[in-house]
Design a protein around this ligand. Sequence first.
Ligand code: DUC
Ligand code: ZN
Ligand code: ZN
Length: 479
Amino acid sequence: MSTLIKGGTVVNAEQSFQADVICDGGLIKAIGPDLEAPAGATVVDAGGQYVMPGGIDPHTHMQLPFMGTVASEDFESGTSAGLAGGTTMIIDFVIPGPQQNLMEAYKQWREWAEKSVSDYSFHVAITWWDDSVHDDMGTLVRDHGVNSFKHFMAYKGAIMADDEILVNSFARSLELGAIPTVHAENGELVFRLQKELFEKGITGPEGHPLSRPPECEGEAANRAIRIAEVLKVPLYVVHNSCRQSLEAITRARNEGQRVFGEVLAGHLLVDDSIYRHKDFDTAAAHVMSPPFRSSEHQDALWKGLQSGNLQTTATDHCCFCADQKAAGKDDFRLIPNGTGGVENRMEVLWHHGVNTGKLTMNEFVKVTSTNAAQIFNVYPRKGSISVGADADIVVWDPEATKTISSKTDHQNVDYNIFEGMQIKGCPSHTISQGNVVYANGELRVERGAGRYIDRPPFAPYYDALQKQARHAEPVAVKR
Ligand code: DUC
Ligand code: ZN
Ligand code: ZN
């Protein structure tokens, strides 16, 4: 089954040009002017529209068991919502419980994800350490297409990775040609501040951001970066929400360190006043970690994206409905952390980034797709409109307008953090593996059509880093 996308402007990270695109057998087969439709092809009229690489959301948590409940969005509904918003691949997280065998957790997540309607891949979290974790990391990289390991520096008493785990896992990642990633918040400080606030009688959602100040994030980001520097391993810092962590990344990059930073659409566009909303459900719906911040931080994050010190945009899509959030009615510490956005990431970034002149269209493609594909080593299979690439494409109508609402979106959650936002520019069609899976508001997805995408290790580049790391051997001093 082939598809011809006709009359549009192809927008890649590096250039834009007028061309038709033919997809066949799940791949892009031809790009050029005035292409003939193959017999029986589906034709998509892209006149006046942009033909861009499908979005990659490198940070989602579909059906995550977390804080005593399970995220309401599963792999089928979540990837469907992603496709409706032009996102054709997610990278989700396998998160083993403390002491849970890594391979067992990995197999469990692979099973859950089989119903995905778009392509997906997995980072694997390192939540504890012993020889089996060391060995299983090797198995995951060598045999299962995993090239990134996640470390939660927060969530004390649950999945938090202390310095010992970070050091062991970062060093092992380097050996294997994998990239460590961190959720950077100082979990000890957060734990203490939460307790102090609660004991002072601050029990509502307003306590959430107070217990997780930007300094906690900046400290953790800097610590992870310095550990990575000593061990000579690249590092990816997820969901930077504040000036402090951006500064740590910027400083390291200026010093030549290979550090990457991600920002969430929500952190760019939602501010922390929401936590003081008088309605508990509204405030609690926005409880996620790190929390939304003040406009000073939002401005800094936009500049980070514009300057290239932040390379990717994500959502941390992790949905909990009001009845789940109610677990923390009397204690903000028990509100399940997480918000949605996989469907809206691209359109809010286009509206607030491209329409305002903060980002060019090519930069938009970089930060929504290409950079994630490159950093996580699936480029140019993903993140590129080029012959031979996977035919994961979004046809973008820059004139289309809409008002975002949980009443009309496809996300399986009862609120939307961008509720009421009016935007201009959104997908008219999404093409996944060469098939039109979303057309003008209508989803045409097939349960289980999504594939697990292997991500190979970064072998040749890491060889040089490993040699340098070995140079840190002791030098005998003659006395
Ligand atoms: N933050 C969230 O808000 N939810 C899931 C995990 C995380 O780090
Ligand atoms: Zn996180
Ligand atoms: Zn997350």
